[in-house]
Design a protein around this ligand. Structure first.
Ligand SMILES: Cc1ncc(COP(=O)(O)O)c(C=O)c1O
Length: 338
């Protein structure tokens, strides 16, 4: 018989898929059991909390999440028998919240329109729940060094082996920055010439922070993409392993994700569209091998970027242009990724 001892053993070893005829390869983290890259950090952060004695039998795991980490943490908590309380922003797709609840987690929706330091932000609410819950641990993916370490130990080596060391460019969206910086640190330890490009959200401080070393509060404004961008500096942000940061807006990320689905049959999420969009605009030379991290699965956004009415409502598609059958962003016979 060939089988896994538990669902947690199926995490990782995700496929690398070439994008058309370009030297761009998508690392599809949607193949993880929790449908995202965050499975890799959830198991490691919880194992570390158990090892350190911070999490004991009968204990409670608390985490603040844009949805993916929450789903992964809820999955590990279900298997290992812990109570799980998750705080998330009220802008997150409703299917992400439903999925966390399906796995038995208690989910607290918090305001999206306040900075991290505000008492009603999802970070502050998670801290308060942790403080008043005995035998609880707050994983805090933003500053927990195990986040970056998990990617240094699993994602980075997988990409290196799958490309047989030929990778020249690594592109990933930035939230906690654990994915980008953890994997990048491993890749650069193998070949310091590898270029690392971070992808930042429209109303986020990370690009300017990277370029000037400063946090500019004027950069912060509401935007729609989930999981990408920050309004404060996460502990897992390591500027020394990043070569450039680019911003990709809500529209370009959403449209690229929609076209990946229709033209390549690759059903991935919003930030995957943003990272692919960024990679397609890099000046790649012959011999380059660019790996794009696709963080999660498209099914997490069915009520958002894959719903035409929602897209129109948020100004990302124009209603009069919508044909009765089909979509304005689908141009027959003109393949974006050829
Ligand atoms: C869909 C999605 N993409 C990208 C990221 C960013 O990953 P990281 O937090 O490792 O920087 C996240 C983080 O929550 C995410 O949910």
């Amino acid at each position: 018989m060939r089988y896994f001892g538990s669902i947690l053993e199926t995490i990782g070893e995700t496929p690398l898929v070439r994008l058309g005829t370009r030297p761009i390869y998508l690392k599809l983290e949607s193949f993880n059991p929790g449908l995202s890259v965050k499975d890799r950090i959830a198991v490691r952060m919880i194992a570390e909390a158990e090892k350190s004695g911070k999490l004991r039998p009968g204990g409670t795991i608390v985490e603040c999440t844009s949805g993916n980490t929450g789903f992964s943490v809820a999955m590990v908590a279900a298997k290992r028998g812990y109570r799980c309380i998750l705080t998330t922003k009220d802008k997150q797709a409703k299917e992400k919240v439903a999925a966390m609840r399906a796995l038995g987690a208690e989910v607290v929706l918090c305001r999206s329109d306040v900075p991290a330091a505000h008492p009603e932000s999802y970070q502050s609410v998670a801290k308060a729940i942790h403080a008043r819950t005995p035998n609880s641990v707050l994983l805090n993916q933003y500053d927990n060094p195990i986040n970056g370490e998990a990617h240094f130990e699993s994602l980075g080596p997988e990409i290196w082996e799958q490309t047989e060391g030929k990778i020249t460019t690594f592109v990933a969206a930035m939230g906690s920055c654990g994915t980008l910086c953890g994997a990048a640190a491993f890749l650069k330890s193998q070949n310091p010439k590898i270029k690392v490009v971070g992808v930042d959200g429209a109303g986020s401080i990370l690009k300017k922070l990277h370029e000037t070393g400063e946090i500019d509060p004027d950069e912060v404004r509401p935007y729609l993409t989930e999981g990408m961008g920050r309004d404060n500096r996460p502990g897992n942000y390591k500027p020394e392993v990043i070569d450039a940061v680019v911003k990709v807006g809500d529209y370009d990320g959403a449209m690229t994700a929609r076209r990946l689905a229709r033209e390549e049959g690759i059903f991935v999420g919003w930030t995957s569209g943003a990272a692919t969009f960024a990679a397609m605009h890099l000046p790649l030379a012959p011999g380059d091998v660019a790996v794009v991290l696709c963080a999660d699965h498209g099914s997490k956004y069915l009520s958002k970027i894959f719903d035409d009415e929602w897209m129109v409502k948020h100004g990302l598609l124009q209603a009069p242009d919508l044909p009765a059958h089909g979509h304005q962003d689908h141009v027959p016979h003109v393949k974006l990724f050829a």
